[in-house]
Design a protein around this ligand. Structure first.
Ligand SMILES: NC(=O)c1ccc[n+]([C@@H]2O[C@H](COP(=O)([O-])OP(=O)(O)OC[C@H]3O[C@@H](n4cnc5c(N)ncnc54)[C@H](OP(=O)(O)O)[C@@H]3O)[C@@H](O)[C@H]2O)c1
Length: 278
């Protein structure tokens, strides 16, 4: 099969189109004929081998998984003997290691049936960013109807899902983005949009029950003045591992929370604990 392969960490010119063997599926996995794969920030970081500590998992000195790509949508071609939820011919979407290829081996627990009203391209855009947004809002942020939620980085992969999901949970949503993205974020349903190049969202007088911080790395003191007394702040792991170093390895994705009311409540979730939206 053909696949995008990286044999060393580096910029995109480290990627090559090559003929390689089809993946062999284990007992709990399925073989997916890939119809669409998405590219997100995590892919960019993995190809570069950032943060450096992630190379302990992804391979030293070179990547041990030659094919990058996490988000996948496609049709199942074969199933392992222990697979009981899916069958050949099913149209599915989810996440895996190695979706930038004609075929990917995917554990059945990381896939769901593709809704018929989504194209493969649309479905492939959902898993990593959509679940990060869902976990941050529902599981870590515990968002409730009527709450004030601000999404910093509302125009990005995670933020654009977070705006829509927060609205679906009944929250009043403020999106923070750059000038060029204001119309996009408004079109996603945000009740208020703040252009961070023009205005500091912590100085509008509005207080938030939940701050989702996907970008910006503002100081805690800065953010705290925009929180209600029992407000929650959820940040992406960019901050946890130190700004420009980027997020933790995708398989270690986690969203951490700090409840100011309880002092330092902190929880992290692994991909295995994700639950499906559909
Ligand atoms: N835990 C998980 O499972 C998981 C999954 C995916 C991503 N993540 C992490 O979540 C974070 C966001 O990922 P992403 O895929 O959404 O990234 P992204 O697509 O690059 O989006 C980030 C957005 O932030 C905006 N931005 C930049 N500087 C800003 C600032 N100072 N204030 C407000 N907004 C600013 C940019 O939009 P403008 O052009 O409008 O400024 C950009 O669209 C990353 O740290 C990523 O590693 C975690």
């Amino acid at each position: 099969m053909q696949a995008i392969v990286h044999s060393r960490y580096g910029p995109p010119d480290a990627l090559e189109l090559k003929d390689i063997d089809k993946p062999v599926i284990n007992d709990d996995a399925v073989l997916v004929k890939v119809r669409a794969a998405a590219v997100g920030k995590g892919d960019w970081l993995t190809v570069q081998g950032l943060p450096y500590v992630a190379r302990l998992r992804y391979g030293l000195p070179n990547p041990k998984h030659p094919v990058p790509g996490f988000d996948v949508a496609g049709r199942i071609e074969a199933v392992g003997p222990n697979v009981n939820r899916l069958q050949a011919g099913d149209e599915v979407f989810g996440w895996c290691d190695g979706s930038f290829a004609e075929y990917a081996s995917v554990p059945q627990g990381q896939l769901a049936q593709k809704p018929a009203n989504l194209s493969f391209e649309q479905a492939a855009a959902v898993p990593i960013s959509g679940f990060a947004a869902l976990q941050a809002l529902r599981d870590t942020g515990a968002v409730q109807p009527g709450q004030q939620v601000v999404v910093i980085g509302a125009s990005g992969g995670v933020g654009s899902f977070a705006v829509q999901l927060a609205k679906a949970f009944g929250a009043q949503v403020t999106g923070v983005c750059s000038t060029n993205s204001v119309d996009l974020v408004r079109s996603l349903g945000a009740d208020h949009v703040i252009d961070y190049t023009q205005q500091d969202f912590t100085r509008t007088g509005r207080r938030y029950d939940l701050i989702l911080e996907m970008a910006g790395n503002r100081s805690l003191a800065h953010l705290r003045r925009a929180l209600t007394p029992r407000g929650r702040w959820c940040w992406s792991e960019d901050r946890a591992v130190g700004g420009s170093w980027g997020p933790a390895a995708p398989s270690e994705r986690s969203w951490c929370r700090r409840s100011w009311a309880s002092g330092c409540g902190r929880s992290c979730q692994s991909p295995g604990e994700r639950t499906w939206l559909f």
